[in-house]
Ligand binder design. Structure first.
Ligand SMILES: *Cc1c(COP(=O)(O)O)cnc(C)c1O
Length: 358
């Protein structure tokens, strides 16, 4: 007899980001802006005060308060996590029982399925159409018909860049009263259709935010869940007591001290997106009818743009060719996703993409 690894563990497909040195990194939707020196100074001064021989504050109270006042929500409704990734895992593992049905829209953030598998949930998929927009009534009807216990999706969506407005979002949450809706607003700092000030009105809504994208702090590893008191109590009970390190908590205080810098950063990233999508739109016209014909998904609400070439092979070909040139983007079977970079990075990406066509 020998120890045998469970079939569940064997089935797990690891999420393996490309690591190592790359000249131009446009693959992970991080902010291209290095931390502002004023923020860095405050981060360091906060970290200096940390008593590292003690456990961190289990409630991450100061940092939840800073988050809450930044977004104008009640701190009693906020739970901090080691990245929103941890919170996704805790929610799917803790709020649902093995075999319960969870609805995932496709395409969407791949970690939802990862954690759903880990929790041994039954995944039900709602396939988005060609323009990647979600028809609200269709989604609601599908969720009801499939009798799902949960729905998890990102808005605006990674990887499609598309957004659902508040009005239809309210219809989704109130139209599925028996379903726990996990609404991942990782990119909502780039748009203005957040439900964050409405969570207390719903019995069945958990909203997620992260410091990793617009807030330019992916290395800190900090995410937040916002939900009504009852759900918050359960979620706080699910997490490990010391899930957010003292260093992370301290660093976040430094970041939240400078809302005006974060706001400017968002504007700068959105200006970069304007440049990148404008240039891609032009290429889309120029390359019509050629083997490089593609279409850009218009109206990105995020810090990335998504483009669709003819097929999976073409996406791989372009991805690999750019990688050889030191430019990393994200390759999916049905499209390519390009994170907005600095002006130089965006220009470099466009130059190398144009060079492939020649
Ligand atoms: C990047 C991303 C996250 C991960 O956030 P972390 O806080 O860094 O774990 C969650 N959801 C979506 C949709 C993302 O794109």
């Amino acid at each position: 007899m020998a120890y045998e690894i469970s079939s569940k563990a064997r089935k797990i497909v690891p999420y393996e980001p490309v690591t190592g040195r790359v000249k131009v990194r446009l693959d992970a939707n991080e902010s291209f802006l290095p931390m502002h020196p004023d923020i860095k100074r405050d981060v360091i001064s906060q970290i200096r005060k940390v008593a590292l021989h003690r456990y961190p504050d289990p409630k991450a109270e100061k940092c939840c308060k800073a988050f809450a006042s930044h977004y104008g929500v009640d701190p009693a409704l906020v739970t901090a996590g080691n990245g929103s990734d941890e919170l996704i895992g805790l929610i799917l593992g803790g709020f649902f029982a093995k075999g319960e049905r969870i609805l995932i829209t496709e395409p969407d953030f791949s970690m939802y399925e990862f954690y759903a598998n880990l929790a041994e949930l039954e995944v039900v998929r709602f396939q988005k159409k060609g323009d990647f927009k979600i028809e609200t009534a269709e989604l609601i009807a599908f969720a009801q018909q499939e009798k799902v216990r949960g729905l998890i999706f990102s808005n605006p969506c990674n990887p499609t860049s598309q957004g659902i407005r508040k009005l239809p979002m309210r219809m989704i949450v109130s139209g599925l009263p028996d379903t726990l809706v996990i609404l991942d607003e990782a990119y909502m700092d780039f748009w203005n259709q957040s439900m964050i000030n409405e969570v207390a009105e719903y019995d069945n809504l958990i909203l997620l935010r992260t410091m990793s994208k617009a807030m330019g702090s992916a290395g800190i590893r900090l995410g937040f869940a916002v939900s009504n008191k009852k759900l918050t109590k359960v979620l706080r009970g699910l997490k490990a007591p010391y899930n957010v390190s003292s260093l992370t908590q301290a660093a976040a205080l430094g970041v939240f001290k400078h809302p005006e810098i974060s706001k400017d950063a968002v504007l700068e990233i959105m200006a970069g997106r304007g440049f990148l999508s404008g240039a891609l739109m032009k290429l889309e016209m120029e390359w019509k009818g050629s083997p490089f014909a593609f279409r850009m998904i218009p109206e990105s609400r995020t810090n990335f743009v998504t483009i669709c070439f003819e097929d999976e092979d073409k996406h791989k070909e372009i991805f690999e060719a750019l990688k050889k040139k030191g430019i990393l983007i994200r390759c999916f079977p049905a499209f390519l996703r390009i994170t907005v970079g600095s002006s130089e990075e965006n220009a470099k990406f466009l130059d190398e993409l144009r060079a492939l066509h020649r």
